[in-house]
Design a protein around this ligand. Structure first.
Ligand code: FMN
Length: 136
């Protein structure tokens, strides 16, 4: 299963590429209070959340979304770390026992910069730190 958050579509594109290679299903996480579709309009709220460390509330995924043992987890890097929306997803959903293959899109930030946050929010998952969607 490929679980992702994408504000502007870049991360969604990578998620779809992974799906075309692995045949996995795609699930876009859902916020109770979604960001505006336009990134320009969403950016002030995203920026505020980075400063205040607010995490938006994210819906629990349906059971069948969390049934696979391997979860590809995709997010943009905002504020040089995992987008807060994905943090909200990990707070609302238990990925214990899963293998998480993380991927991200960014301007310049690297996946590594988000791994501390990922490990903290998914402490009982195995993180495949070496996962690279380009190598599938
Ligand atoms: C509000 C905001 C903050 C961002 N902060 C960072 C950042 O700290 N470091 C970085 O490399 N890219 C940053 N970016 C760029 C995004 O990570 C990049 O455009 C990403 O591909 C967006 O993915 P998406 O189209 O799936 O939403 C930021 C973008 C926005 C809109």
């Amino acid at each position: 299963m490929i679980i992702y958050f994408s504000q502007g579509g870049h991360t969604k594109k990578i998620a779809e590429k992974i799906a075309s290679k692995t045949g996995d299903r795609l699930y876009a996480i859902e916020l109770f209070d979604p960001y505006p579709v336009s990134t320009l309009k969403a950016s002030p709220r995203i920026g505020r959340e980075i400063v205040t460390n607010d995490i938006p509330k994210v819906k629990k995924a349906p059971k069948n979304v969390l049934s696979d043992d391997i979860i590809y987890l995709g997010y943009p890097m905002f504020g040089m770390d995992m987008a807060h929306a994905m943090r909200g997803f990990l707070q609302a959903n238990d990925l214990s026992g899963k293998v998480i293959k993380p991927f991200m899109t960014s301007g310049t930030a690297t996946l590594k910069m988000s791994l501390k946050t990922l490990k903290k929010l998914a402490p009982n998952s195995t993180i495949d730190e070496a996962f690279d969607p380009q190598k599938l």
